[in-house]
Design a protein around this ligand. Structure first.
Ligand SMILES: [Zn+2]
Length: 207
């Protein structure tokens, strides 16, 4: 907003001092191309995301969410709040699967963050109804083309199972966390089995 105001001031000075005109026009052209195309679009996208996120806060959080991996729920051994180190509890569930297994969003929502951190390695956070944040960690790689602000559904691939972050040296798994506005909750009671994948023709795969 304030950036736009600054644009108008140099334009008013152009009429008074001609020698600066070419330099200023060039500078403005460069600024418009770089800040304008990249920056303002980014800011606009963030703004749109904030409005969408604000709307999500007015909705009730889902009582059931879909397994982010094509793995039966009963294969998860409950590690919620298991001590990890001296002063940390496990704030999520680990879902083990071969490296490279596609990880889908467990919910509808918007990609809130894509980023690297020490514990989680390559991570994606999705914000859904009720302002809940779903956290996917230890990705081997991200799904190509995903970006912050993207709308996602349980059919959207976010990334691929791996061992990045503090999962190095462990069997590949997805760390899945659910955060309400007041803190982490156990994802396990919310999770339901993912439906069998559909063939391109629309028929369900048997077995
Ligand atoms: Zn974990």
């Amino acid at each position: 907003m304030s950036a736009q105001r600054e644009y108008f001031r140099p334009l008013q000075r152009l009429r008074m001092r001609k020698p600066y005109t070419i330099a200023l026009v060039t500078l403005l052209a460069v600024l418009t191309l770089t800040v304008g195309v990249v920056g303002v679009e980014r800011i606009a996208n963030k703004f749109v995301l904030y409005i969408r996120v604000a709307r999500l806060y007015t909705q009730d959080p889902p009582r059931k969410i879909v397994m982010p991996l094509q793995v039966p729920k009963n294969q998860i051994s409950n590690t919620w709040h298991v001590p990890r180190g001296a002063n940390r509890l496990h704030e999520g569930q680990d879902i083990f699967a071969p490296r490279g297994t596609p990880t889908y969003s467990a919910t509808r929502g918007y990609i809130y963050n894509i980023g690297q951190n020490g514990l989680g390695g390559q991570t994606v956070s999705v914000i859904g109804a009720g302002g809940r944040v779903y956290y996917y960690a230890h990705f081997d790689s991200y799904a190509p083309g995903i970006a912050e602000g993207d709308y996602v559904t349980p059919k959207t691939v976010l990334g691929y199972v791996g061992t990045t972050g503090n999962a190095q040296g462990t069997p590949p798994h997805l760390h899945f966390g659910v955060y309400t506005t007041t803190g982490a909750i156990n994802p396990l009671p919310l999770l339901t089995d993912r439906p069998e994948p559909e063939k391109p023709g629309g028929k369900r795969v048997r077995g």
